[in-house]
Design a protein around this ligand. Structure first.
Ligand code: HEC
Length: 114
């Protein structure tokens, strides 16, 4: 229920290679991370560094098998883990993001794992 299907515009943005210009745009609009449907800026800036390719054993975005056992924690439980850190996962992914921003990314990650 958490995630509405991403609108076409968001999908197009996500699919495009994201060089510096895209990152700058994302950084300028952190409020979008709360929106739910779009890819959160924080994910693009921080989390995808590990979660796009599975660095250090990170569960990859959209990898249902990797996420299945973790989904039992729910969005709130996974958010708590992401804030605290877990093994090679640094607290808040090494960022200074707020709890709400972390939760927005976890909500997005969970929506991609279902
Ligand atoms: C430096 C690499 C790295 C970055 C950056 C990173 N992660 Fe992770 N993440 C990991 C690894 C590795 C794991 C798997 C940890 C394990 O299960 O031992 C993980 C696991 C997780 C999990 C699952 C936790 C669980 O209980 O199974 C969540 C949720 C998560 N990360 C969210 C995030 C979010 C949100 C961000 C960005 C703010 C982020 N990660 C950034 C490496 C990273």
């Amino acid at each position: 229920m958490a995630a509405a299907p991403a609108p076409a515009a968001a999908t197009t943005m996500a699919a495009a290679p994201a060089p510096a210009a895209a990152t700058t745009t994302a950084a300028a609009e952190p409020a979008k991370a709360q929106a739910g449907g779009a890819v959160p800026a924080l994910y693009l800036q921080v989390c995808q560094a590990c979660h796009a390719s599975g660095v250090a054993g990170a569960p990859k975005l959209g990898d249902k098998a990797a996420w299945a056992p973790r989904l039992a924690l729910g969005v709130d439980g996974l958010t708590a883990v992401a804030i605290k850190g877990l093994n090679a996962m640094p607290p808040r992914g090494g960022s200074t993001a707020s709890d709400a921003e972390i939760k927005a990314v976890v909500t997005y990650m969970v929506s991609q794992a279902k």
